[in-house]
Design a protein around this ligand. Structure first.
Ligand code: ZN
Ligand code: ZN
Length: 279
């Protein structure tokens, strides 16, 4: 059986939205699966945002971090606690390469704070993520899943991809773009067809490729082959895989299919099993 690539996007108990995450058990599971490497990419968010499609005070994950006005105020990442836990896991699982990373939300809007955190944390892998979009006349940020209540669904995707391009061009703090298909997770109109947004996807992917940065193939939902093809067409050179697991049993979910798909588009593993894939 072939060796799976690094799971490059995993959350543990150090992420505010992963109360059932557990770094030690996740590492044990990775060893069991014969995984060469795993990257913990804990959430670091400096924005505050609204949740429009459900009551934040009733949501068990968000409730502890909700302001009385109903805004999500994410807690700061405990950089020290996280690092110590990771070092303990490195000692306990020496055969597993454990990568120290973060998932940085909307870094083009919070450049200074994000840069300070990265300098302090010394992380090996930084994912860039966009989870929110401005809404309404006051441009209050809201989680993308709720933005579908605010405007037509196709407009949400177009706005999202335009903002992705601004994030890429406005921040060099991250090396990997996480889940470019994020708005498809809550797509309200049946089966999502990326072909409807080919120009917008290509525009964002071109910006990513031009900066020599990596595209993450996120397997939380089945990835779209078109997006990998467009990235390659636009000059993209580096691909990573990420399960976006928030519990130990979720790591590498969907990897076998994704690996075949990415390989069919001309990307190959590096010399070491933990290297990123290139073409
Ligand atoms: Zn994310
Ligand atoms: Zn994530």
């Amino acid at each position: 059986m072939r060796i799976l690539p690094t799971d490059g996007h995993v959350h543990s108990e150090w992420s505010w939205d992963a109360p059932l995450g557990a770094m030690e058990q996740t590492c044990a599971r990775a060893v069991e699966l014969g995984l060469p490497a795993i990257a913990f990419t804990e959430h670091t968010d400096f924005t505050t945002w609204a949740v429009l499609n459900r009551d934040i005070h009733q949501d068990p994950v968000r409730k502890p971090h909700a302001s009385p006005e109903g805004l999500m105020v994410p807690p700061r990442l405990d950089v020290e606690g996280y690092r110590e836990c990771l070092e303990r896991c490195r000692e306990k699982y020496p055969s597993l390469r454990i990568i120290h990373g973060v998932e940085l939300g909307e870094s083009h809007w919070v450049r200074e704070q994000a840069a300070t955190l990265l300098a302090e944390g010394g992380f090996e892998r930084v994912l860039g993520s966009l989870h929110c979009l401005p809404t309404g006349p006051d441009r209050v940020l809201a989680e993308v899943s709720g933005v579908y209540l605010d405007r037509p669904a196709d407009q949400v995707v177009r706005d999202y991809l335009a903002e992705i391009t601004r994030m890429i061009e406005g921040s060099d703090l991250f090396g990997v773009l996480a889940h470019i298909d994020y708005p498809t997770r809550a797509w309200p109109l049946g089966t999502f067809d990326p072909g409807q947004f080919e120009e917008e996807f290509r525009h964002a992917l071109r910006a990513l490729a031009a900066g020599g940065r990596a595209l993450e193939v996120n397997t939380r939902n089945q990835p779209f082959p078109e997006i990998v093809r467009w990235f390659r067409d636009e000059g993209g050179q580096i691909v990573t895989f990420g399960s976006d697991a928030h519990t130990p049993d979720g790591i590498t979910k969907g990897f076998r299919e994704a690996v075949d798909m990415v390989e069919a588009h001309g990307f190959r593993p590096g010399r070491h099993p933990y290297d990123r894939w290139t073409r």
